[in-house]
Write a new protein. Structure first.
Lengths: 236, 80
């Protein structure tokens, strides 16, 4: 598979994403934010970082980069797009995912391992995650508190769009396991069509045992599996 | 000419900064404070002679698309 990893000014997880994709046996390349085309691409990763210095709001400026129009077209054609951390913020600002990410409730930047409960295997981002497995992956953000109005939250639930919730090591979704105050412990969601997803934790930083966990690979492997099952659904 | 845009968090949105400042005010002995909401203030310089109605329309558009996020924020626009 050929994965496009976007690169904005002050992206800083772009190389990690490329590394993780290649480690899992697929090809990845960087696409500069000023490029108006994604080229030949099977899926897009919008990586973490501090695009445009987080000026105004996280992701607010990046969403107007030329490459984001290409990403929007790619998603409109059914292409798979995963936003990680700042990438999640960019996708919500761009309107590709509902809701918003706001300041952590304790005003602290959290850089630590957390645990994730996967709520559904029925998405291109979760289909290979072993049933009942709690994923241990790192977070590193100051603005990761997921917010959406009640109506949006209800529709996320009704449509099975909440993919991951923060939980404790035993898989229990509790308030103490919630690092940032996200509503309903939401760590990641997908759109209604299920081809665009975002999450605050960093799966790409947890694909090797030497880094403390390789649980993140299940999320990337899910994408590769989904692409294998539905080849060439779109062109960028 | 100047445009002033005041952006505040929506009431339903958690505002931990506002809460923290409210607590600090209470600790300092300022009584009667029932809420603090922290937002942003943006000042935009406009060329002299800019048509006010057109600027109003354009800046409302910009405020909606870029300067504020309608999911979490409200804004107020003033041109003077």
């Amino acid at each position: 598979m050929n994965i496009a990893v976007l690169q904005f000014p002050a992206s800083n997880c772009d190389q990690d994403a490329v590394h993780a994709v290649r480690l899992l046996g697929h090809s990845a390349r960087l696409v500069w934010h000023k490029d108006a085309s994604l080229g030949d691409t099977d899926a897009v990763i919008v990586p973490g970082g501090f695009s445009y210095g987080d000026y105004l709001r996280c992701g607010a400026i990046a969403r107007f980069s030329p490459v984001m129009q290409a990403v929007k077209n790619f998603a409109d054609n059914g292409g798979l797009v995963l936003g990680v951390c700042n990438g999640f913020q960019v996708l919500t600002e761009a309107g590709l995912l509902p809701g918003a990410l706001i300041r952590n409730r304790d005003l602290q930047f959290h850089c630590e391992f957390i645990h994730l409960k996967t709520l559904t295997a029925s998405s291109p981002f979760t289909n290979r995650i072993p049933a009942g497995k709690t994923l241990r992956v790192p977070i590193a953000h100051g603005e990761g508190c997921y917010f959406a109005d009640e109506e949006t939250l209800a529709s996320l639930k009704a449509n099975d769009q909440i993919l991951w919730q923060y939980c404790d090591a035993g898989g229990n979704v509790t308030d103490t396991a919630n690092p940032n105050g996200a509503l309903q412990n939401i760590a990641g969601i997908c759109n209604e069509r299920r081809n665009v997803a975002g999450l605050m934790p960093h799966p790409e930083r947890a694909c090797e045992r030497i880094l403390g966990s390789d649980d993140g690979k299940w999320i990337l492997e899910s994408i590769f599996a989904a692409l294998k099952d539905q080849p060439a659904t779109q062109a960028a | 000419m100047k445009a002033k845009i005041i952006i505040t968090p929506k009431k339903a949105v958690l505002d931990p900064q506002g809460k923290t400042v409210q607590n600090a005010l209470a600790q300092m002995g300022y009584t009667g404070v029932t809420g603090v909401h922290i937002g942003k203030y943006i000042e935009i310089d406009l060329a002299p002679g800019t048509d006010q109605a057109a600027a109003q329309k354009a800046l409302n558009d910009a405020a909606h698309k870029l300067l504020s996020n309608p999911v979490i924020e409200d804004y107020r626009l003033e041109i003077e």
